[in-house]
Design a protein around this ligand. Structure first.
Ligand code: GLU
Ligand code: ZN
Length: 321
C-alpha cells in the first residue's frame, strides 16, 4: 500500500493507571521512529472506556511524559470528546449494511456453540446477522466480517494472517452500555490524525486485522504497523497494573529511558547510565536503529543490562516459579 507522504506517528495511552515501563517502551519506540523519519508524533488519550478511567491518571500520564522529555506535536486528542465522530462512523457502517444490531447476552453467545476467539473471549457466531428476533431490541452493534484471509506485514513481527470470521467473529463497535469499542475508536482516530505509522506493543498485534478491516469498510488508508516486543516479568506475563508493574519514577527519567532504549536493542553506552534525560534523548535521536529492535513479541525484563530495580512480586507470590 502506498505510504502517506508525511510520517505521522502517535502514542495512545489509556488513563487506567500511571505509565509503567511497558508503556514507556511503546512511547520511546514510537517517538524515536517518528523523529528518525523527520515525522510528527501525536498524543491521543484513549479514555473512551470511561468506566475504566482512573481519576487523575490522564494528568499524571501527561506530567510523566513531560518529565521524561517527550515533545508531542499539536494538542492532545481526547477520545472522550469524540463521541460524534464515532457515532458518525457507526452510522455509515449501518447505512452500508456492514454493521448490525445484536441482542445477544454474554450467556446467549456462550450457549450458542461459539468457540474461543484469538485473543480471549468467544468468537461471535453471527446469531443476529440476519435480523433480530421479533420483540427484541439491539443492545450492541457489530461489524460484519468474512473468512477471507486478512494478512499484513508488520515491520517487526513479519506476516500476520487472520481469518476474522473464525478468529474473532463479527465484532462489537458499540457496546451494550452505549460506549464505543476501542477497535472503532482507534480506527477512526488513526484516520482523523492522519497517522502513517503505528508503533505500539505486540500485545495489540491480534487487534490489527480488525482495525485494518474497519479501515477498509470505512474507506480509510491503512497505516504501516510495527509491533514492539512487550516487557514481561519472569513468569512471562506482560507488565501491567495486574502484574504489579510499578509506576514510572519521574526522578529516574534518564536511567529509565536508557533502560527502555536497551530493551529496544539500542545498546546505549554505559557512560549514559546515569545521564539526565536530555543527554539520553540526544544520543537516542542520533543513534536510533530500528533494525536493532528484537523481532520478538515479548522479552522478559530479567535479561536487561541496565535494568532499574523493579520491585519484586510480594514474597507470598514469589515461590511459584
Ligand atoms: N490505548 C491502548 C493501550 O494503552 C493502545 C492502543 C494503540 O496504541 O492502538 O494499550
Ligand atoms: Zn446477537
Amino acid at each position: 500500500m502506498p505510504a502517506k507522504a508525511k510520517y505521522r506517528g502517535r502514542f495512545a495511552p489509556s488513563p487506567t493507571g500511571p505509565l509503567h515501563f511497558g508503556s514507556l517502551v511503546a512511547a520511546v519506540g514510537s517517538y524515536l521512529d517518528a523523529r528518525a523519519h523527520g515525522g510528527e508524533w501525536l498524543l491521543r488519550m484513549e479514555d473512551v472506556d470511561t468506566p475504566r478511567n482512573v481519576p487523575g491518571a490522564a494528568a499524571g500520564i501527561l506530567a510523566t511524559l513531560e518529565a521524561y522529555g517527550f515533545e508531542w506535536d499539536g494538542p492532545v486528542l481526547w477520545q472522550s470528546r469524540r463521541f460524534e465522530a464515532y457515532a458518525a462512523a457507526l452510522e455509515r457502517l449501518i447505512a452500508a449494511g456492514l454493521a448490525y444490531g445484536c441482542t445477544c447476552s454474554r450467556k446467549e453467545i456462550a450457549d450458542s456453540g461459539s468457540h474461543p476467539a484469538i485473543d480471549g473471549g468467544l468468537a461471535y457466531p453471527g446469531t443476529c446477522r440476519d435480523g433480530l428476533p421479533a420483540g427484541r431490541t439491539a443492545r450492541a452493534w457489530r461489524l460484519r466480517v468474512n473468512d477471507e484471509p486478512l494478512a499484513f506485514v508488520d515491520r517487526l513481527q513479519g506476516r500476520v494472517l487472520q481469518h476474522l470470521e473464525s478468529d474473532v467473529g463479527d465484532f462489537v463497535l458499540r457496546r451494550a452500555d452505549g460506549l464505543f469499542a476501542y477497535q472503532l475508536a482507534v480506527a477512526v482516530d488513526d484516520e482523523f490524525q492522519a497517522i502513517s505509522d503505528v508503533v505500539r506493543g505486540a500485545d495489540l498485534l491480534a487487534s490489527t486485522p480488525r482495525q485494518i478491516w474497519l479501515q477498509r469498510c470505512l474507506g480509510y488508508a491503512t497505516p504501516r504497523y510495527a509491533h514492539l516486543p512487550v516487557a514481561s516479568n519472569a513468569a512471562g506475563e506482560k507488565l501491567s497494573k495486574q502484574t504489579l508493574a510499578p509506576a514510572l519514577d519521574v526522578g529516574q527519567a534518564g536511567p529509565t529511558l536508557v533502560c527502555a532504549l536497551n530493551f529496544l536493542g539500542q545498546g546505549v553506552p554505559a557512560e549514559l547510565a546515569a545521564a539526565p534525560p536530555a543527554e539520553v534523548w540526544a544520543w537516542g535521536l542520533a543513534h536510533w536503529a530500528f533494525s536493532a529492535i528484537p523481532r520478538r513479541p515479548s522479552i522478559p525484563l530479567a535479561i536487561l543490562r541496565y535494568a532499574p530495580a523493579f520491585p519484586r512480586r510480594p514474597a507470598s507470590a514469589s515461590g511459584r516459579s
